[in-house]
Structure formats: C-alpha cells, structure tokens
Write a protein that binds this ligand. Structure first.
Ligand SMILES: [Ca+2]
Length: 137
C-alpha cells in the first residue's frame, strides 16, 4: 500500500515537472494566442519561447517548443487574449542553448503588437534577422 502511494506521488511529480517544462499556463481570458513560424531552418532543433503580454495589466503567459527540421513551429497559449485589448507577442530562438532569454545577437528575438479578438489572435512570421530586444522576458 505504501509503495502504491509513493508511486502515485512520483507520478504526480512527473506530471508537474512536465508542466513546468513547457511553462504553459492557461490564462483567464477567452481566446487563444497562436504563433506560426516558417522559414526558421537556421534555428532547426532550437528551443523557441513565446510570451503573450497584456499591455494593460503587464501580465504575461509563456510556452515553448522546438523548431522542426523543416523550419516550422506553431505555438498556442489557451485563454491568452480577450475580445479587446492590446498585446505584445514576443518570442526568441535560444541560439546559445542557455534555456533562457539573452538579448540579441546572443539569442534572436522578435516582437509584434496584436489586438485582441474574441476568436483568438495569431501571428505568422517568416524568419528574418530584424531582431528586437524583448527583455525582460
Ligand atoms: Ca539563451
């Protein structure tokens, strides 16, 4: 019996660790934020972290993923945008594999301003080298 409890506790810990790894926390709003990346072959295999910030409240949500070998990645954060409001979509490719954000050119980072929409908001970005320092990430 004790063994079962221990295993359950370990399973819960594993799930929690998995959740914190992707750092995806559904927010309090109604619609998803989506980032579609294409042409990111220079960053294939690298981690990209995506952050949505509500500019009115400065609250933000993050998620991350790995760029596919064909240079594409789609990241979505549930309940990250509302029907109105204005948001920053910030993202960076972890070029130096530190696991965290470093200002360009150490990492490569981008920003777009996005308006809220009741059905969700998305940005599609074809890779470029017009980097924006998005600190603090
Ligand atoms: Ca980094």
């Amino acid at each position: 019996m004790l063994k079962q409890v221990t295993l359950s506790a370990l399973s819960l810990f594993a799930l929690a660790a998995c959740g914190s790894d992707t750092n995806t926390t559904p927010g309090p709003k109604s619609a998803p934020a989506t980032l579609n990346l294409t042409g990111y072959t220079p960053h294939a295999g690298q981690k990209v972290e995506f952050k949505v910030t509500d500019r009115a409240t400065s609250t933000s949500l993050k998620t991350s993923g790995t760029v596919a070998q064909n240079g594409t990645l789609t990241l979505t954060i549930a309940n990250a945008v509302g029907a109105s409001g204005n948001y920053h979509f910030d993202w960076y490719a972890d070029l130096n594999s530190s696991g965290t954000y470093n200002a360009p050119p150490t990492d490569h980072s981008w920003r777009r301003e996005v308006n809220g929409n009741s059905s969700g908001a998305s940005v599609t970005h074809s890779h470029d080298t017009i980097w924006v320092d998005v600190a603090p990430f």
